[in-house]
Design a protein. Structure first.
Length: 406
């Protein structure tokens, strides 16, 4: 995945965690490794076997008989995030942690358990994108069904639709406004659910908080489920909505999180400037080293051009040098390469780097391989890696119609 998209997804994940305090999340150990000062926190491995999704005996403990406002604590930053009202007879399980070095959410469990076996629980965070070969419609249903494994049986999911419950909640509206200010779009969706839990019928609603990054044709989403016996579902939905809307943020925590995010962005900007400066210096060194060979290159690359064309191309090359330097810098940051199809004269931008060779077919498909064997000699022709040619001492891309001199 390119670096820009990865940064955007990390920022999107932060927005979603802020949004879904009332819905909770279970951190995926494959994507959210425990690092930093809280890695040895015993809460990192917290589990409660009596409250598994598939356990009909998931009843509350320590119920006081009345609603109670409780403090939501961030164990990574070691400070309160805010407060929420736990409904009477319900129990809250929380385990939240933000990495103080990266501002990334590491542990984000905030689950509710009702007196009649109701459960409000997150089904985790997932991402999709064109570069990953996945779409939202493919991803959300597969993700939800996988998270139900071992907990529910005979699961039947309906179609997604706009969720007035989710989009009408105060946390969603606040987060959507923040996301819009960053050029990102939020939408709240829901789908009905029917299943069996320990042989008994249950019903529920799967909520999807969808974070869309149109510029990348990608996004991420967080799924949560409200699950109950059929006769108590509507009450469980209202209880969960009240729980979400009861959230009162701690201004000091929001300020601290904003400071951390700004620091991370400044670090990323500094790294980008440093890479660009290095790229410019390397470019100047190569230009100086190649200057003595300029006439020879002109004969190879401009053999079929007259003197007027040569002067025009030289002027155009100077005009395009800044664009070329920018292109190489962006590719370095995004960990991508640009490819030239020698058969069709087309250029493919933003292919994933890390392969020894690249191959294209007449329909525009690109395949990268480790090694130099053609994956299908009847279909593919080897493409020219413009960035690799640049690294070997060439000047890479010099115009609008193909590599210099082609």
């Amino acid at each position: 995945m390119n670096r820009t998209l990865r940064i955007a997804l990390i920022g999107g994940a932060t927005f979603l965690v802020i949004l879904l305090y009332g819905l909770g999340d279970t951190a995926d150990p494959s994507t959210m490794a425990l690092t930093g000062p809280y890695a040895d926190d015993p809460y990192a491995s917290y589990s409660d076997e009596s409250t598994r999704l598939g356990d009909p005996q998931a009843a509350p403990r320590n119920a006081s008989g009345q609603g109670q406002r409780v403090t939501i604590v961030d164990r990574g930053l070691q400070m309160p995030r805010g407060t929420q009202v736990v409904p009477a007879g319900w129990r809250l399980t929380q385990d939240l942690a933000t990495d103080p070095n990266t501002a990334r959410p590491v542990r984000t469990t905030l689950d509710l358990y009702g007196p009649r076996g109701e459960i409000v629980r997150s089904l985790g965070l997932a991402q999709y994108g064109q570069m990953m070969g996945t779409s939202f419609q493919q991803s959300w249903r597969q993700h939800v069904m996988q998270r139900f494994e071992g907990g529910l049986t005979d699961v039947s999911l309906g179609d997604l639709r706009r969720s007035e419950v989710l989009e009408g909640s105060r946390p969603f509206q606040q987060t959507a406004q923040k996301a819009s200010g960053q050029g990102m779009r939020m939408e709240g969706l829901e789908a009905p659910l029917r299943a069996r839990r320990a042989g008994q019928p249950v019903e529920g609603v799967v909520y999807i908080a969808h974070f869309v990054m149109d510029q990348f044709q990608a996004g991420l989403f967080q799924a949560a489920v409200v699950l109950s016996s059929p006769e108590h579902l509507e009450e469980a939905i209202r209880t969960n909505l009240a729980f979400q809307n009861s959230y009162e943020p701690n201004p000091a925590f929001e300020q601290r999180l904003e400071q951390l995010n700004q620091r991370v962005m400044q670090q990323q900007a500094a790294e980008s400037r440093q890479r660009m400066a290095q790229s410019q210096a390397q470019h100047k060194q190569r230009m100086a080293a190649n200057r003595a060979q300029f006439d020879a290159y002109q004969q190879v690359y401009r053999a079929n051009q007259d003197a007027a064309d040569m002067q025009m191309q030289s002027w155009q090359a100077r005009q395009n040098s800044n664009d070329e330097m920018h292109r190489r810098t962006i590719n370095s940051i995004n960990e991508t390469v640009d490819l030239y199809n020698n058969q069709t004269g087309e250029t493919y931008y933003g292919a994933q780097s890390g392969y020894d060779s690249y191959w294209t077919d007449p329909t525009g498909n690109v395949v990268g391989t480790q090694g130099y064997d053609n994956p299908d000699v009847m279909r593919y022709n080897q493409a020219t890696d413009l960035d690799d040619m640049y690294r070997q001492g060439g000047t890479g891309w010099g115009g609008n119609d193909g590599p210099d001199g082609w």
